[in-house]
Design a protein around this ligand. Structure first.
Ligand code: ADP
Ligand code: MG
Length: 246
């Protein structure tokens, strides 16, 4: 048995003492490729932030086998400000900071690697373009190039293919498979169940509580998906009441 990269023991995650994720236990094996599935508001992003070490559990314990610089993170597109006037190449180069440290200096070698990473995601010649001028797909390719440069052992992707054209999605799934082949641990939140079944051997299905975590064919069953939907309907009904109360 290889040592897990992340292990969770009875983890509850909360915002202002309101639990968003309840009592999750399980492990991410080194080199595994895992999809995280579940309805909107299920706590998927919250769980990723906790795995990244950005959010401390209200209860339970998260153990990580490696220091923070070994974890690469792609936030949900909605959480990224693209109006910042920065070029594609400078965005990619920041991927090296995680390794070198912000004061480690970014040399010519890093710029060459950044240009190579851009070529690998199909964005050769885009170096000087401001990120605000890119399509959603091109911007996502840029962020994947940044992850390539970061060279992290654990790669955590929050909805990498949501609102992304199918050509870009195919290309980026290719990069995920390359990472998997290199022995990195990859976790990605996905909404498309066909993509999950086609490309992800492991799945974690969550609806505020854990519904299943294991082999995709054993987790993505009609029963489990029904249960996830039923739980989501329950919290949707409560939503207006909560909104009034807060
Ligand atoms: P998902 O990614 O599965 O759609 P999230 O993890 O974003 O779900 O959210 C889970 C729950 O936590 C939701 O009810 C959401 O409103 C709440 N939540 C998420 N982020 C915050 C935050 N920063 N402050 C307060 N509540 C939050
Ligand atoms: Mg989310």
């Amino acid at each position: 048995m290889t040592m897990p990269v992340v292990s969770l023991t009875n983890v509850t995650l909360a915002y202002n003492r309101h639990p968003a994720v309840h009592h999750v236990s399980g492990t991410l094996a080194r080199g595994s490729l895992t999809a995280i599935a579940g309805p909107n508001g299920a706590g998927k992003s919250t769980l990723l932030r906790a795995i990244m070490g950005e959010l401390k559990p209200a209860e339970g314990e998260i153990r990580r086998a490696m220091p923070s610089r070994d974890y690469g993170y792609l936030p949900q597109a909605a959480d990224i400000n693209r109006r910042f006037p920065v070029s594609v190449i400078d965005t990619v180069v920041t991927g090296a900071w995680k390794r070198a440290g912000a004061f480690g200096g970014i040399g010519r070698a890093e710029r060459v690697k950044a240009a190579e990473a851009l070529a690998a995601v199909g964005l050769e010649g885009f170096e000087r373009r401001p990120i605000g001028s890119l399509s959603a797909g091109q911007f996502q390719r840029t962020l994947f190039a940044r992850l390539l440069l970061q060279d992290a052992a654990v790669i955590i992707l929050d909805e990498p293919f949501t609102a992304i054209d199918s050509r870009t999605t195919e290309d980026l799934i290719g990069i995920v498979q390359r990472w998997h082949g290199e022995g990195r641990t990859v976790v990605a939140v996905l909404h498309d169940h066909d993509q999950v079944r086609a490309h992800f051997p492991q799945t974690l299905l969550i609806a505020r509580e854990l519904i299943g975590w294991g082999r995709t064919d054993e987790v993505m069953t009609p029963d489990n998906l029904r249960r996830a939907r039923a739980l989501a309907e329950r919290w949707d009904e409560n939503a207006p009441v909560c909104a009034v109360a807060s």
